[in-house]
Write a protein that binds this ligand. Structure first.
Ligand code: UT7
Length: 325
């Protein structure tokens, strides 16, 4: 039976010009290139200049995605931005991106699910598009985590970076089978009991300050490689696929060890895993669209490929979505 599908028609990304290597970081923090590479796989991250806010990075990524799709701002009627580092408490960063692009139709809002934000945003946009609530959506993941890390805390500050990525989703008529292009399934979860393992110790409604990121790294690591398989397996099952059918596994880029352990548990061979954490560190909600854009531009992800995106972040919140590109 015919059904509307949310098809990826464009992809783009943006990293701040300033790249900071592990060695450069070791000049200001008590760490080493060897420790960071061995524990995380990160070699470099990009840090935003003072005038590069989250919406600036998000707008650049969105412009690249629109150009890639051959579309203009007038074609878009939904903008969703996944971010935990908005320019301001309000209005939403999505509205700032909307205005900068010149989008005048439809609505724009932020989704806040920390590192899982892009998966939540894709699933949200998909529901709008499949129910006729919008026709073309810009889904952006944009972050400036360098502004909320505690630069005195070597256990966290070496892990994060700034950046943005975006995709354009277009509602298209499909046949309603899993051979269709588009978002085929999504599975989202949250469990707020894990708050203290990964949080920011400030906020407008509590301290009145922005606060800094705090993380119990080992606890997050354990959860990330263990409990998140439920959403991945659910997304596969919903669409009638197994990991063997997958062309590309594009996980949240937090830590190479977490990514490889998850892929191993699912039986996904390493050559199908897209890994970009080495070049930009953990960019939270931006990491998946940055990885998608890299793999599409270097020719790995092609039209018709089956792609799994998955992430876990503060809350905890976690999710997975299966997309036929
Ligand atoms: O986006 C989702 C959220 N984040 C994540 O997915 C991160 C999840 N967690 C992790 O990736 C890992 O737990 C980390 C990379 C954060 C840490 O790796 P670990 O293997 O769990 O290290 P650890 O915390 O057990 O620390 C081992 C040692 C400690 O020294 P002692 O106590 O053994 O003497 C730390 O003090 O490494 C030390 N250490 C460092 N040394 C050099 C911690 N940070 C650093 C550092 N440089 N930056």
């Amino acid at each position: 039976m015919a059904a509307l599908r949310s098809v990826v028609v464009g992809c783009g990304s943006s990293l701040p010009a300033r790249a900071v290597s592990n060695r450069e970081l070791a000049e200001r923090v008590d760490t080493s290139d060897e420790w960071i590479v061995q524990r995380t796989g990160i070699r470099s991250r990009h840090l935003a200049a003072s005038d590069e806010t989250t919406s600036v990075l998000g707008t650049r990524a969105a412009q690249a995605a629109l150009a890639d799709a051959g579309l203009s701002a007038a074609d878009i009627d939904l903008v969703i931005c996944a971010t935990s580092t908005p320019d301001h408490t309000f209005p939403s960063t999505a509205t700032q991106i909307q205005a900068a692009l010149g989008v005048e139709r439809g609505c724009a809002f932020d989704v806040q699910a920390v590192c899982a934000g892009f998966v939540f945003a894709v699933s949200t946009a998909d529901r709008f598009l499949r129910t006729g609530g919008a026709t073309r959506a810009l889904v952006v993941g944009a972050e400036t985590f360098s502004r909320i890390v505690d630069w005195e805390d070597r256990t966290t500050c070496v892990l994060f970076g700034d950046g943005a990525g975006a995709i354009v989703l277009e509602a298209r008529e499909g046949r309603g089978t899993n051979a269709d292009r588009g978002v085929l399934s999504a599975s989202l979860r949250s469990d707020g009991r894990h708050r203290d393992k990964l949080y920011v110790d400030g906020g407008p409604g509590s301290t009145g300050t922005t606060g800094h990121l705090r993380m119990q790294g080992k606890e997050v690591f354990r959860f990330a490689v263990g409990s998140v398989l439920d959403v991945i397996e659910d997304a596969f099952a919903q669409a009638g696929f197994t990991p063997k059918d997958l062309d590309w596994f594009v996980p949240h880029q937090a830590n190479r060890r977490i990514i490889e352990a998850s892929a191993d548990k699912l039986g996904i061979p390493r050559e199908k895993v897209v890994l970009t954490v080495d070049r930009h560190g953990n960019t939270s909600a931006a990491s998946i669209p940055l990885a998608l854009d890299a793999a599409r531009r270097d020719g790995r992800i092609r039209e018709g490929d089956l792609v799994m995106i998955e992430a876990i972040g503060g809350g905890f919140s976690w999710g997975a979505a299966l997309i036929r590109w």
